[in-house]
Design a protein around this ligand. Structure first.
Ligand code: CA
Ligand code: CA
Length: 145
C-alpha cells in the first residue's frame, strides 16, 4: 500500500484538490487524479481499469476525466469518458498532457497536476459547461493504490 504522502506533501495535496474544486466550478465534468509508483500493466489499460474501479464510468453525462500517473515509470495518461470522447477530437488532451509532462520531468508533479487540472477544466467547459443543478458526482480527492 502506498499513500498520497509518498508522492506529495500535504500542502501540495491541498493545492491539487483546490485545483480540482476550481476546475469543477467551470464544468459539470468530473476530474480525478490517481497516483501510484509503478504498474506492470500497459499504462492505458491500467488507467481504463482505474476508471472503472473509481466509478468514473458512471457519471450522468459520461464526462469524467482521469489523470493517471505512474510516478516511478514516468507514465501519464489522461482518460476521458465516452461523452467527452464523442464531443472532442482525439488530440483534445494532448497539449494538456504535454504541459503536465514538462513539469513532471522537472520533478514537479504538483505544479504539473495543478496546471493540467485547470486546463482540463477550461477545455471541459466548452463542451460541458457548469450548470446550477450540477452535482459533485465524484470525490475531489487524490486516490492511490
Ligand atoms: Ca459535476
Ligand atoms: Ca468532483
Amino acid at each position: 500500500m502506498s499513500k498520497v504522502e509518498a508522492f506529495l506533501t500535504p500542502s501540495e495535496e491541498s493545492e491539487i484538490i483546490e485545483a480540482i474544486r476550481h476546475a469543477e466550478r467551470m464544468t459539470s465534468g468530473e476530474i480525478r487524479v490517481h497516483l501510484e509508483a509503478h504498474t506492470k500493466m500497459d499504462p492505458l489499460d491500467r488507467a481504463a481499469q482505474l476508471f472503472h474501479l473509481l466509478h468514473m464510468d458512471n457519471t450522468k453525462h459520461a464526462n469524467g476525466v482521469l489523470i493517471y500517473i505512474a510516478v516511478e515509470d514516468k507514465k501519464l495518461v489522461i482518460l476521458g469518458d465516452k461523452g467527452i470522447n464523442d464531443a472532442v477530437p482525439n488530440e483534445f488532451w494532448e497539449s494538456t498532457k504535454d504541459h503536465i509532462l514538462t513539469h513532471f520531468k522537472q520533478g514537479d508533479i504538483k505544479q504539473g497536476l495543478v496546471q493540467g487540472i485547470l486546463e482540463a477544466g477550461e477545455q471541459l467547459q466548452k463542451h460541458f459547461p457548469y450548470t446550477l443543478d450540477d452535482t459533485d458526482e465524484l470525490p475531489n480527492e487524490i486516490s492511490t493504490n
